[in-house]
Design a protein around this ligand. Structure first.
Ligand code: HEM
Length: 249
């Protein structure tokens, strides 16, 4: 078997399952450890407020922490001005990636969009979120390398996470901006991706084989394997804390 074929088979046919297993298992393990720790005592707080109040608190906490990054805002406005757009761009990018699974037909229909409009809109919005994400990550990485006080408290994990996300973003943007790297979502990538989710990627690997896509996917897989053991687990901790606080207040 040519080495190139082996590369695609490993990255597109085997590693997605290894990455998904380690990602899920790692998350369950980290959340279980975290719930066993001191945080658990919050659950035992007397529940003085009504269930409605607690649910409102829960949503307020989640929105403020996840969508507005309240903790960062309170800590440093300057940092928030970079971190917030970067996070919103990552969220936009994740929403855009839903096209990997299905065409967003109801949305296109609601705005009477033609095929040309759809291509234009997704091309423009994807490029905007990609540029904001890459710019934000680059600023955050440079800040860690250049600002003395931040460099002093930075550990390898901080750099690894930023670099992995940055490389993923760069390969993603390459598929958009460089003609020879371009992929056809509905004809090549979606059939592979949907069948990969259904545990039958093999017949679809050849037509989706593209070195830029494969590299994008490979770094995503490395990121997924690394995520549960990294500092980024704070995303999950913030969510779980907000839920616990919201319910137990
Ligand atoms: C951590 C997860 C991921 C990140 C941070 C990420 C990031 C990006 C970025 C920034 C872009 C360019 C802008 C855009 O199209 O939104 C992109 C494009 C792309 N990504 Fe991802 N991605 C991730 C996961 C994935 C996965 C799991 C797949 C498929 C298996 C995938 C497939 C693609 C494709 C096909 C494009 C090109 C889109 C186009 O040209 O229209 N990405 N990605």
């Amino acid at each position: 078997m040519p080495a190139e074929d082996a590369f695609y088979i490993i990255v597109m046919g085997i590693m997605p399952y290894i990455a998904a297993t380690i990602f899920t298992g790692g998350l369950i393990y980290r959340i279980a450890i975290w719930l066993k720790s001191g945080q658990k005592s919050q659950l035992a707080n007397p529940k003085k407020s009504s269930i409605i109040e607690r649910i409102i608190n829960l949503f307020k906490g989640l929105i403020l922490e996840i969508f507005f990054l309240r903790k960062v805002y309170k800590g440093s406005r300057k940092l928030w001005l970079v971190t917030w757009p970067t996070h919103i761009a990552i969220l936009g990018m994740l929403i855009g990636h839903s096209r990997l699974v299905a065409e967003l037909t109801p949305i296109w229909n609601a705005f009477n969009m033609t095929q040309e409009d759809i291509e234009f809109f997704s091309g423009l919005s994807g490029s905007i979120v990609g540029v904001i994400m890459i710019t934000g990550l680059t600023i955050l990485l440079l800040r860690r390398m250049v600002v003395k006080e931040v460099r002093a408290i930075s550990v390898l994990d901080d750099y690894v996470l930023l670099v992995l996300l940055l490389i993923i973003g760069i390969f993603g943007m390459t598929m958009r901006l460089i003609p020879e790297a371009h992929v056809l979502i509905s004809e090549e990538i979606r059939p592979y991706f949907v069948n990969m989710l259904a545990f039958n990627p093999w017949p679809f690997i050849a037509s989706a084989s593209n070195p830029y896509f494969a590299m994008h996917l490979l770094i995503v897989e490395i990121f997924m394997i690394y995520f549960p053991f990294s500092k980024l687990i704070h995303v999950i901790n913030i969510t779980v804390s907000a839920v616990i606080k919201g319910i137990s207040k």
